[in-house]
Design a protein around this ligand. Sequence first.
Ligand code: ATP
Length: 254
Amino acid sequence: MSLLNVEGLSKFYDGETKVLNDINFEIKSGEFVSVIGPSGAGKSTLLRCINRLVDINEGKVLFDGLDVASMKKKELRKLRTNIGMIFQHYNLVPRLTVIENVLHGRFGYKSTLQGVLGMFTEKEKEQAFHLLEKLGIAEHAYKRCDQLSGGQQQRVGICRALIQEPKLILCDEPIASLDPNSSKVIMDYLQSISSEMGITCIVNLHQVEVAKEYASRIIGLRKGEVVFDGASQFLYNEQIENIYGIESRELITV
Ligand SMILES: Nc1ncnc2c1ncn2[C@@H]1O[C@H](COP(=O)(O)OP(=O)(O)OP(=O)(O)O)[C@@H](O)[C@H]1O
C-alpha cells in the first residue's frame, strides 16, 4: 500500500527560483529509499515539504491519503507524530540526559503543560529505556547528551524518532558528521528499523556507495528534478554521472 504520494510538487523560497520542480513519486509502506544528489539539489527541501516544515507551493504531498499542504495545526501535529525525523547534527538538547531527550519524542502525544512539566508515564519511560537497550546505549541513559560521541548521539536521535511510533522516518544526511565505523552502525540500525519494524525510511545521503549498499530504491535529484528513480542495482555509472554532472567522475567509486 502506498504511504506517500508526491504529485507535481514544486517549491520556491523566493517566489522565483524553483528549488524543486514537478517532483512525482510514490513510496510504499516499508520501503527503504535513499535520496541522492549534489549539494543544493533540493534533498533537504524535499524532506521538509513532506512533513510541512516548509510550505508547498505547487502540487500535492499525500501522506496516508491525506493532503499535507492543506493541513491545519491539529492535523499537522498528528502528521509530525507519524513522521520521525533524524538530522545530521542530531538536534538533541545537549544539557538534558539521554533518556529525557528520547522522551521528547512523546511530546506530540501530550498537552503543552504535560510536555513542559516532563510528565511521562512509567510505560513511556520503560519504552524509552527499552529503545536505548535496543540501540546499545542504555548504559548512558542518565548522562548528559553532550557527553556522548557523535555516533552515540545519533543513536539517541533514532530512539527519539522511534518512541514516536512513526510510520515514516525521514533522515537528513544522518551520517554526514560521523566517521566510517559509526556511519556503518547507524546505517545498519536504520536498515533494521525498516526490515524488522516495517517502518518506511527515506534517507538523504551524500555517499552514493552507501545509498547503493543499503537502500532498495534510489531517487536521484539534480537541480530540483528527479533524474533517476529505480532499484539501486540499476544505478550505474551513467546514471550517477547524470545526477552529479559529468564533472563529478571522482564521486564514482562503484
Ligand atoms: N530557507 C531557505 N531560504 C532560501 N533558499 C533556501 C532555503 N533552504 C534552502 N534553500 C536553497 O534551496 C536549494 C536547495 O537546498 P537544499 O538544502 O534543499 O539542498 P540539498 O540537496 O539538501 O543540499 P545539501 O546536500 O548541501 O544539504 C539551495 O539552492 C539552497 O540555497
